[in-house]
Ligand binder design. Structure first.
Ligand SMILES: [Zn+2]
Length: 428
């Protein structure tokens, strides 16, 4: 395999890609790569793209004009990938590059998927004692969500874990009559209850050091409680508390809430989506710990997640995600008029499945009160009409269909009526 100049036949000016890197590229392309493969390949693709290079494949030998791959960026999924130039010579049928690249969303295996989040030590912990920190890679910068091609910091994954445990990523079914119930205090109650089942350190439940408004921090109640608890804190762990705040603005180091603004010592982390100017509100998880004796306890780091609304903390990535969620909500009302209950779960973590993991956009549960029939289906929202994107999602759909019914809707087709009709079609 070679790097060649873009817009050429790839027969000249070749720079060979080493065997090790080529093997990693094949694993990554076919969906079997590990994290190191992923990093190496994304770096190769980014560099090739920046330097106007294509990749030429050696599957037809050294002499014949080679099949070509162009490094590409899929903005809808914020991911880098290799696009086969199908107007150029075809790869040999046995070549791993003969087929399109495995979809990024189903690339992780169960072993290295985001489920690794609560596997390593099972602790809801985002601040380590200095010696430990020196002994290992900083865990808050590990690139993990390959589908987005950006790092989801550990704090972000902890926030998602908490949301998942609390069911905050679910558009719950409607009450039998009247509008949806729900308030920020009820949502926070669900989250605090979920926090009882998570531990910051052995024997220290998250619920004991989780605060849901800025006042507790400003009045230094967070600090006082933490100082008192620190005396009994398991000594190999760093004492820490968490702030879970609904924010109406986030600057680079400030969380702005209705009850006060909190400064964070380091730059506030997010998926990069906020740079695309997503409207508030955000749900922010901040860790409070001691960076140095002199400074005492301060909000060290924070992760900001855009959410549907101030009383529904379903994570959203772009403003149009909110439109999709609103259409799904309105579909709940349409279906209720026909005595059909619907709940919608936004999928945050991969669903382990055979040797791969899959992650549809939503899982939808239906219960027909007329017949007692229940069913579940996966919903894909197709965000682009780009041919490669659609090909990737079609492969994902094939995988998902082994788990149960799957529906796919183009972004422009996501209206309450069409969602309701899709649900009815799956029930019948
Ligand atoms: Zn080939």
């Amino acid at each position: 395999m070679w790097l060649v100049a873009k817009d050429t036949t790839g027969s000249t000016g070749r720079v060979a890609i080493g065997d090790g890197l080529r093997a990693a590229l094949v694993r990554w392309y076919t969906g079997h790569g590990n994290e190191a493969d992923h990093r190496a390949c994304v770096s190769l693709v980014v560099t090739a793209r920046e330097n106007h290079k294509w990749l030429a494949c050696d599957c037809l030998g050294e002499v014949t004009a080679p099949p070509l791959l162009s490094p590409a960026y899929l903005s809808f999924q914020e991911t880098y990938y290799l696009r086969r130039l199908t107007s150029r010579p075809m790869h040999a049928p046995a070549c791993p590059f003969f087929l399109p690249q495995a979809p990024p969303r189903i690339r992780e295996t169960a072993r290295d998927s985001l489920y690794a989040l609560d596997v390593p030590d099972g602790l809801f912990n985002a601040h380590q004692k200095a010696p430990e920190k020196l002994a290992q890679k900083p865990d808050h910068s590990e690139p993990d969500d390959r589908s987005r091609g950006v790092a989801i910091p550990r704090l972000g994954k902890l926030l998602w874990l908490l949301l998942e445990r609390a069911g905050s990523n679910v558009l719950r079914e409607l009450p039998p009559a009247g509008p949806r119930e729900g308030s920020i205090s009820q949502e926070m109650r669900f989250l605090r209850r979920a926090a009882q089942g998570l531990e910051i350190a052995p024997g220290v439940p998250l619920s004991a050091h989780l605060y849901t408004n800025a006042i507790d921090y400003e009045k230094r109640r967070v600090h006082a409680r933490l100082r008192a608890a620190a005396e009994r804190w398991p000594h190999e762990f760093a004492p820490q508390a968490f702030l879970l705040l609904e924010a109406n603005a986030v600057t680079s180091t400030e969380i702005v809430t209705g009850l006060g603004t909190i400064s964070v010592r380091n730059r506030i982390q997010h998926t990069g989506i906020i740079r695309a100017e997503v409207e508030p509100p955000f749900l922010v998880l901040a860790v409070v710990g001691e960076h140095s004796r002199k400074e005492g306890y301060v909000a060290l780091r924070a992760y900001a997640q855009p959410v549907l609304s101030g009383n529904q903390f379903v994570p959203t990535e772009r403003d149009h995600d909110r439109d999709v969620l609103r259409a799904l909500q309105d579909a709940q009302y349409i279906l209720r008029r026909r005595d059909i209950r619907m709940a919608v779960k936004k999928i945050l973590f991969d669903l382990p499945f055979a040797d791969v993991s899959v992650r549809p956009d939503f899982l939808i549960a239906l219960l027909d009160d007329n017949t007692g029939q229940e069913c579940r289906f996966a919903l894909q929202i197709l965000q682009s009409s780009d041919e490669d994107y659609l090909a990737l999602r079609a492969i994902e759909r094939t995988r998902l269909s082994q788990l149960g019914p799957v529906a796919a809707l183009a972004l422009g087709d996501v209206t309450p009526e069409i969602v309701a009709r899709t649900a009815l079609g799956i029930l019948s």
